[in-house]
Design a protein around this ligand. Structure first.
Ligand SMILES: CSC[C@H]1O[C@@H](n2cnc3c(O)ncnc32)[C@H](O)[C@@H]1O
Ligand SMILES: [Zn+2]
Length: 439
């Protein structure tokens, strides 16, 4: 058998249904896809590979999936800290975005985000931001996999005038990227408090027609739910259901306020929850009941949120926070285990985005989206369980090799498709411009 690439790792965590931990195995890759996973000595006897990569002391895992972010907000990192959500959004972020966000901002910010994410082992991200056509183009050029949000809000921005205009622009973008190997589209109405009933029901219909996910902030804070009850006498969850959005295509981001009947209902409908623990902690938004959701059978994936509320796009760190916080919230050390958080950051993210047949685990036939983490640092030794070191001790600087669809995008810690110095210089120019120009 011939392969383009044979990767021999000390450990492989497949995240397949059996959650296999393989020792001294190899992954064979051909045409961007996983051709075989087999013991290394057998691989050397049976496979002729164009390239062989030896990874002693490394654990090989599926590429991480950042299931909720606003990539270009890397350029607003550290602009407004230590504030609750609505003050942060209304008094700082939205005025700054109105003033500065244009296609050049989104290109520079998204490139910075992709560089940060790839270096941290993220191979796919689910984005919600203005000028999605720019994020899509930058991602495709970098070889990064992305689900790009066709955003909708009720207020005018430089990107679009009103809900109809946002929807029309989204539809055009969806047409443009039909059949692209790396770029998919999702509807991304911002939140129940920023999008009216009519566009929300229209999006529900269009999501069914186009068979794409719906990416929505939902029940982020207690204030969101209480304001809705005061103004509409209806919980946002119930409104989203009434407007036809609740179902397997829904990826509901945050969900810190959930009654038990809502958890049961999420499980029945097959909707996914995207948990963003660090953003929720930093904005003091509340605590997502992850253990209860998992126990009820809800698909829970993991996101960083944007770099202006996290303040990094470090999914490895997010897994650790999710595990620690999940135990604290559940009052049980057994809750939200290392195994469960790795699934949240991989296969559950893939399922939420409708990509579970392509990515999210290392299985024959799936796309070769892989990450190698070097565990030979002092703080990840000795290795009793590579999964434990990965979740509870490893840092993202230990991500050494990253492939998306078989193409190596990080080699020995360095990007191959992005220009580090140029991206940093551009980010600094934007930082100086924004700092000098006020809002
Ligand atoms: C319509 S583009 C996305 C929009 O969302 C804003 N945003 C970033 N983080 C959050 C968050 O945690 N909750 C609500 N909205 C958020 C971002 O600034 C853009 O305006
Ligand atoms: Zn968000």
């Amino acid at each position: 058998m011939h392969a383009d690439l044979l990767i021999h790792a000390e450990w492989i965590l497949t995240v397949d249904p059996e959650d296999c931990e393989l020792i001294d195995h190899a992954v064979a890759i051909a045409d961007g896809h996983i051709q075989a996973i087999l013991p290394y000595d057998e691989a050397r006897r049976t496979i002729a590979a164009t390239e062989v990569i030896e990874l002693p002391g490394h654990v090989l895992i599926p590429g991480l999936i950042n299931a909720h972010t606003h990539a270009a907000m890397t350029l607003l990192r550290g602009l407004a800290d230590d504030l609750p959500l609505m003050t942060w959004l209304h008094d700082h972020i939205w005025p700054t975005e109105q003033r500065w966000v244009d296609p050049t901002f989104v290109a520079a910010g998204t490139r910075l985000a992709i560089l940060e994410m790839l270096r941290g082992g993220v191979t796919c991200y689910n984005d919600m931001y203005f000028y999605p056509e720019v994020a899509a183009q930058v991602s495709a050029e970098a070889g990064m996999r992305a689900v790009i949000g066709m955003i909708v809000v009720d207020f005018p921005t430089r990107y679009a005038a009103a809900a109809d205009d946002y929807i029309a622009k989204g539809l055009a973008l969806h047409d443009f990227y039909r059949d692209h190997p790396l770029i998919r589209l999702a509807w991304a109405p911002h939140a129940p408090y920023s999008v009216a009933d009519d566009p929300l029901s229209q999006i529900a219909r269009l999501a069914q027609d186009l068979k794409v996910p719906v990416h929505l902030h939902l029940h982020e804070t207690q204030d969101e739910v209480q304001t809705a009850l005061r103004e509409r006498s209806e919980r946002p969850f119930a409104r989203i259901e009434r407007l036809g959005l609740m179902g397997p295509q829904l990826t509901a981001v945050h969900m810190t306020q959930l009654e038990d009947f809502e958890i049961a209902h999420l499980a029945e409908t097959g909707a996914s929850v995207i948990h963003c623990p660090e953003s929720n902690l930093k904005l003091a938004s509340g605590f997502c009941p992850v253990a209860k959701l998992l126990e009820a059978g809800v698909n829970v994936a993991l996101g960083t949120d944007g770099a202006a509320s996290n303040n990094d796009l470090n999914l490895l760190g997010e897994m650790r926070t999710a595990a620690l916080l999940g135990k604290g919230v559940a009052g049980s050390a057994a809750a939200v285990s290392a195994r469960e958080v790795l699934r949240m950051a991989t296969i559950n993210g893939a399922r939420a985005l409708g990509l579970e047949r392509e990515i999210g685990s290392l299985e024959v036939g799936k796309s070769a989206d892989l990450v190698a983490v070097d565990l030979r640092d002092p703080h990840t030794q000795p290795v009793y369980h590579p999964l434990s070191q990965l979740i509870y001790a490893a840092g993202r600087h230990q991500v050494r090799q990253v492939w998306v669809r078989g193409r190596q995008l990080i080699r020995d810690g360095h990007p191959t498709s992005l220009h580090l110095a140029e991206i940093l210089a551009e980010a600094q120019i934007w930082g100086r411009r924004i700092a000098a120009g006020g809002r």
